[in-house]
Design a protein around this ligand. Sequence first.
Ligand code: P5A
Length: 440
Amino acid sequence: MRLSRFFVPILKENPKEAEIVSHRLMLRAGMIRQQSQGIYSWLPLGKKVLDKVNNIIREEQNRAGAIELLMPTLQSAELWQESGRYDAYGKEMLRIKDRQDRPMLYGPTNEEMITDIFRSSVKSYKDLPLNLYHIQLKFRDEVRPRFGTMRSREFLMKDAYSFDLTREGAEHSYNKMFTAYLRTFDRLGLRAIPMRADTGPIGGNLSHEFIILADTGESEVFCHRDFVNFDIPAGNTDFDSVDRLKSIFSKWTSLYAATSEMHDEAAFNAIPEGERLSARGIEVGHIFYFGTKYSEPMGAKVQGPDGKEHFVHMGSYGIGPTRLVPAIIEASHDENGIIWPESVAPFDVVVINMKAGDEACDGTCELIYAALTKAGKDVLYDDTDDRAGTKFATADLIGVPYQIIAGPRAVANGEVEVKNRKTGARETMTIEAAINRFVA
Ligand code: P5A
């Protein structure tokens, strides 16, 4: 992508409305634009990162055996009257009427709709277990939308829903998603701490939040300081082995309860004082087991091996991609801008032409741009007429992991400079070596 042909509306000034660094950097880097309170457009640079985050989430869901579908944003109120949540959900639900005066709503979550899909076609235990997910916009009319897309009213959620014949089966499905979440956050360059949590309006009695430590986070974390250092299950992990997951956390079982929501002061106080971690964090995922809370009132049942009908045991599993993007920035930035982990960077590398219009610089940059693009790399080429200083500032701000800098002096020697955005390390090398560095 040539920067001169791309759409990145960079802001020079710090936007006044941004209270936290991720919101400030997302606005300055031209990733998002607020359209009305708590409702955002994702501009091209932001959209590229969001897509990469979604794809990692998708790969890990698929690996764990979940199957993707797509449900609508608008739902009929009837389903929610069946489950009893229509009145209970309160003002956070955006309620709409269609031209026939039928009550509709913009879905804040999809437990009812997926239960309806399930009951309409699944009749036998032989079709279980089943786990269906989608990545779709949600709307919650939050009292305090803030911090950009971190807590917005319209936001993206990956929500998965599992169906099992028994409670044991459902706990197994829960553990599979747990494993997938640990892997997902790890691939995003994040260490998310699983914490036993309250279930709120989703319901049920088993639930974990996944929290990233950050001073600006809205959640509180209380745990043993070593809890943060658990192993991440490998990609070839047997997702069906619940024992594997238990072994990762066995040491900490009692601490699962030590979250602020559970107010389990006792578990926290049992930790020796010097070993306690009390910090703030961002909730990026939340998983629930709620048994037959929806299947009973909505009549979602299957025939079991005993020939009798059984209400299915369900769980739901949420991740917030539009919250993850700012969370990654909170965890990875410096005074010059964003530092993307390679897995979600909008581009793999940016080629900076320090003197656009200079024949040698233009030729070198075109050569590198063509070679890397041909090799399948996602390359941004800063071919604009901006001053070199502005180009360096832009490259640092938008956080592409590597910069290939072509200035007249180096190019005269057949060389360019390669800069690592994270470490700041710069290395001069031949043009060929620079290309090989990214192609090899
Ligand atoms: C789980 C999947 C649920 O809604 N039903 C379907 C369950 N859980 S949740 O905890 O309420 O939300 C799941 C994740 O969505 C993100 N999220 C938000 N992101 C941005 N702005 C918001 N206002 C917002 N609300 C929830 C979070 O990542 C949360 O963990």
